[in-house]
Ligand binder design. Structure first.
Ligand code: NI
Ligand code: MN
Length: 224
């Protein structure tokens, strides 16, 4: 499978059988995103929470066959707009045709751009072909991240480091030391001035904990 960092918290996964998954698409209004919504399609769109910098382009990417996966409150928002949805809730997991999705806690808010309550903000633990990717969504640091790390063998940790709305590099490096992924990939930084950070600083802090960091450039693709 391939994992492409689109920008900010947006990622695209294409499985070996060709199933296309997009997580938290926000591309068209993000100057750092080289790939725009018109350039991609998705069989599944997984959303961590309702904020515009995670959902803004979901409807643009979706076609009639796309399925939205999110907590029930956010799923129903897209269902009312006419989309296929699969509602879940924190702590629940489901085996989809491409692999397993489990939603886990994130400490963050969730409201849609037009002011609707989006339910609880979530992290997304995705297991495809025995590789586990944990997209943390937007979150501050909290103790149960240790539990999530103990319960799942994380290969790739997609972790916010931008500060202000989420963990900063210091908190993120500490959280990564608890979760112990094979690789940590920083996200949710530099898209706007409030979250300006140096990912190399996150990598340095992680190295003191023995955690390897892959800094991905927007548009960059890796084969897992
Ligand atoms: Ni947010
Ligand atoms: Mn965000």
């Amino acid at each position: 499978m391939t994992l492409r960092f689109l920008a900010h918290a947006s990622f695209q996964i294409i499985t070996d059988s060709g199933i296309k998954i997009v997580i938290d698409p926000w591309l068209d209004q993000n100057p750092l995103a080289p790939i725009k919504s018109k350039d991609i399609s998705a069989d599944y769109i997984i959303l961590s929470h309702a904020h515009a910098d995670h959902c803004a382009d979901a409807v643009k990417i979706a076609d009639q066959k796309s399925t939205f996966i999110a907590v029930a409150e956010l799923a129903s928002y897209f269902q009312e707009a006419g989309h296929h949805t699969h509602a879940m809730q924190i702590g629940g997991a489901f085996d989809f045709e491409f692999g397993r999705v489990k939603l886990v806690s994130a400490q963050h808010g969730s409201m849609t751009a037009d002011g609707k309550y989006g339910g609880l903000a979530a992290g997304i633990v995705l297991t495809i072909d025995n590789i586990t990717i944990y997209h943390m969504g937007d979150t501050g640091i909290f103790g149960d991240l240790k539990l999530i790390g103990d319960m799942h063998k994380i290969d790739y940790l997609l972790i916010p480091i931008g500060g202000n709305y989420t963990m900063d590099p210091e908190d993120a490096a500490l959280a990564a030391s608890w979760i112990k992924p094979r690789f940590a990939i920083p996200m949710h930084y530099n898209s706007f001035p409030l979250i300006k950070q140096d990912p190399a600083r996150f990598a340095d802090l992680c190295s003191t904990h023995g955690i390897k960091v892959k800094i991905m450039q927007p548009g960059e693709l890796i084969t897992l």
